[in-house]
Design a protein around this ligand. Structure first.
Ligand code: NCD
Ligand code: ZN
Length: 346
């Protein structure tokens, strides 16, 4: 097969930022994707329905001329979040999910949750109305090794929270381990899991062997190869619980190439080409539509997009810019480290 047509894909976990960065990187997503779940970890975070409405307006104003793209907004869960505000923002159609960051787990997560008893009322309201909770699944306990933080989170936090809140619909975001895959596979249809492009491609050696590669550093950090293989098997399997969330997270190069570099890989530009490569290498190109275009809408109870995207394999390697030049500085595009022969047509 040298050509494949899918319903237009969606990105179920995306950082669009704000201001000059938003304006500079928005076209990289709208070129291929019809919708995206927009992460609320701005500074300050998007906490209330009113803040989400204002952020959506700024996103719409920053989109390139003629873009056919719908931002699906989220609220950043804090210990002060008001269940009634969440319910109203969901009922109006504005907000499609609430995002849980354990306090301190990742970039701009200082306002996240420390004491889960304080968010019980919000979680119960969400279970009642069917609004998904998107979870950054890493513990922040300094005693837990960074490579173990996802597995420990499942046991210590995720499973207890789900048991305490029957009916709560949860997305395990950007899973990076076989533990995450195995947990998701053992649950029913009230649990989904997103997988990023870069975690299908790199393992921790790519970050650390032969010199430290700041553009491969993201959170959750890439794990050992056995975990990457589990992610590839899950993503390419067609299983409805697994869908694409790129976690494309732009930081200007000076913030990455630093003695204390920010976490985040920028994959909006080349995700579809890279996914076609990964799925073809697995002999599972026929399941790319499920992962990128169908499983996500099914979980979020939204229609599959009407338009299509066509990917074509040629003898010439795909080209993309090494950097996206934004008003907030240059952003390096994720480099898979191998040639990719898949192109997006049109
Ligand atoms: C994200 C960011 O830069 O906002 N970084 C990342 O490494 N993924 C935050 C996040 O989603 O964890
Ligand atoms: Zn993210």
């Amino acid at each position: 097969m040298t050509q494949i047509t899918l319903p237009r894909p969606d990105d179920w976990h995306l950082h669009l930022r704000d201001g000059a960065m938003l304006a500079g990187i928005a076209p990289e997503t709208t070129r291929h994707f019809a919708r995206a779940i927009i992460m609320p970890n701005l500074v300050p975070p998007v906490v209330t329905g009113a803040q989400a409405a204002a952020y959506r307006d700024r996103i719409l104003a920053a989109l390139p001329e003629g873009a056919d793209f719908e931002p699906l907004m989220t609220l950043y869960l804090t210990e002060e979040t008001d269940p009634a505000d969440v319910a109203a923002a969901a009922a109006s159609g504005l907000v499609k999910a609430v995002k849980l960051y354990p306090a301190g787990a990742t970039t701009n997560s200082a306002s996240g949750v420390r004491d889960f008893d304080k968010v019980r009322g919000v979680l119960e309201k969400m279970a009642e109305i069917g609004l998904p909770l998107c979870v950054h699944g890493e513990v922040t306990d300094p005693a837990v090794d960074i490579f173990d933080r996802e597995a420990v989170f499942i046991d210590r936090v995720l499973d207890p929270v789900r048991r305490a809140t029957p009916g709560l619909r949860v997305v395990m975001e950007h899973i990076t381990t076989k533990d995450g895959v195995d947990y998701a596979r053992a649950q029913g249809d009230d649990l989904g899991a997103t997988i990023t492009t870069h975690h299908l491609i790199i393992n921790r050696n790519h970050i650390l062997v032969g010199g430290i590669k700041p553009h491969y550093y993201c959170l959750p950090v890439a794990k050992r190869e056995t975990h990457r293989r589990a992610l590839v098997e899950a993503a390419t399997s067609g299983d409805a619980r697994f869908f694409l969330g790129t976690d494309s997270a732009p930081h200007a190069d000076p913030a990455k190439e630093s003695a204390c570099g920010c976490a985040g890989c920028f994959t909006a530009t080349n995700t579809m080409q890279l996914l076609a490569h990964v799925f073809e290498a697995e002999g599972r190109l026929e399941n790319l539509a499920r992962f990128a275009s169908e499983n996500g809408p099914a979980f979020y109870r939204l229609p599959v997009n009407v338009g299509t995207i066509t990917l074509e394999k040629t003898a010439d390697p795909a080209q993309w810019p090494a950097k996206i030049l934004t008003g907030a500085g240059p952003v390096t595009v994720f480099d898979p480290g191998f040639p990719v022969y898949w192109h997006v047509k049109g």
